[in-house]
Design a protein around this ligand. Structure first.
Ligand SMILES: [Zn+2]
Length: 87
Protein backbone atom coordinates (compact mmCIF):
# COMPACT_ATOMS: atom_id res chain seq x y z
CA UNK A 1 0.00 0.00 0.00
CA UNK A 2 1.38 3.40 -0.83
CA UNK A 3 0.51 6.33 1.41
CA UNK A 4 1.55 9.74 0.20
CA UNK A 5 -0.30 12.60 1.86
CA UNK A 6 0.07 15.94 3.47
CA UNK A 7 -0.10 16.61 7.21
CA UNK A 8 -3.52 18.19 7.99
CA UNK A 9 -1.84 20.59 10.43
CA UNK A 10 1.25 21.92 8.62
CA UNK A 11 0.82 20.43 5.10
CA UNK A 12 4.24 18.73 5.25
CA UNK A 13 4.42 15.66 3.02
CA UNK A 14 4.61 12.32 4.77
CA UNK A 15 4.82 8.73 3.69
CA UNK A 16 4.07 5.92 6.10
CA UNK A 17 5.00 7.79 9.31
CA UNK A 18 2.49 7.79 12.18
CA UNK A 19 3.69 11.17 13.49
CA UNK A 20 4.43 14.24 11.35
CA UNK A 21 8.17 14.80 11.16
CA UNK A 22 7.72 18.59 11.02
CA UNK A 23 5.04 19.46 13.60
CA UNK A 24 4.58 16.19 15.50
CA UNK A 25 0.87 15.85 14.70
CA UNK A 26 -0.61 12.36 15.22
CA UNK A 27 -1.29 11.02 11.73
CA UNK A 28 -2.64 7.65 12.90
CA UNK A 29 -6.36 8.41 12.45
CA UNK A 30 -5.73 9.87 8.99
CA UNK A 31 -3.76 6.80 7.95
CA UNK A 32 -6.54 4.56 9.23
CA UNK A 33 -8.99 6.36 6.94
CA UNK A 34 -6.58 6.15 4.00
CA UNK A 35 -6.17 2.42 4.59
CA UNK A 36 -9.94 1.96 4.75
CA UNK A 37 -10.41 3.87 1.46
CA UNK A 38 -7.65 1.76 -0.11
CA UNK A 39 -9.45 -1.47 0.88
CA UNK A 40 -12.74 -0.13 -0.55
CA UNK A 41 -10.98 0.68 -3.85
CA UNK A 42 -9.49 -2.82 -3.94
CA UNK A 43 -12.98 -4.29 -3.47
CA UNK A 44 -14.30 -1.95 -6.19
CA UNK A 45 -11.61 -3.22 -8.62
CA UNK A 46 -12.52 -6.81 -7.79
CA UNK A 47 -16.20 -6.03 -8.40
CA UNK A 48 -15.26 -4.52 -11.79
CA UNK A 49 -13.34 -7.69 -12.67
CA UNK A 50 -16.49 -9.69 -11.94
CA UNK A 51 -18.46 -7.29 -14.16
CA UNK A 52 -20.46 -5.99 -11.19
CA UNK A 53 -20.35 -2.27 -12.02
CA UNK A 54 -23.20 -1.34 -9.68
CA UNK A 55 -21.29 -2.68 -6.70
CA UNK A 56 -18.01 -1.23 -8.01
CA UNK A 57 -19.60 2.20 -8.29
CA UNK A 58 -20.96 1.97 -4.73
CA UNK A 59 -17.60 0.89 -3.32
CA UNK A 60 -15.64 3.50 -5.30
CA UNK A 61 -18.03 6.22 -4.12
CA UNK A 62 -17.69 5.05 -0.49
CA UNK A 63 -13.90 5.15 -0.86
CA UNK A 64 -14.08 8.72 -2.14
CA UNK A 65 -16.21 9.75 0.82
CA UNK A 66 -13.75 8.23 3.28
CA UNK A 67 -10.66 9.62 1.60
CA UNK A 68 -10.69 11.44 -1.75
CA UNK A 69 -7.87 10.52 -4.16
CA UNK A 70 -7.31 11.05 -7.93
CA UNK A 71 -7.11 7.25 -8.35
CA UNK A 72 -10.39 6.82 -6.52
CA UNK A 73 -11.94 9.47 -8.75
CA UNK A 74 -10.85 7.58 -11.88
CA UNK A 75 -12.22 4.34 -10.48
CA UNK A 76 -15.52 6.03 -9.66
CA UNK A 77 -15.76 7.53 -13.18
CA UNK A 78 -14.87 4.22 -14.82
CA UNK A 79 -17.49 2.36 -12.78
CA UNK A 80 -20.14 4.98 -13.57
CA UNK A 81 -19.23 4.88 -17.26
CA UNK A 82 -19.39 1.06 -17.45
CA UNK A 83 -22.66 1.09 -15.52
CA UNK A 84 -24.19 3.68 -17.86
CA UNK A 85 -23.00 1.70 -20.90
CA UNK A 86 -24.94 -1.37 -19.83
CA UNK A 87 -28.31 0.26 -19.48
ZN1 LIG B 1 2.67 18.45 10.39
Amino acid sequence: MSVDHHCPVCRARFRGARVCSRCGADLGPLMGLAARAWRLRQQARQALERGDCVRALGLASDAQHVHRTPNGGSLQLLSAWLHAGRR
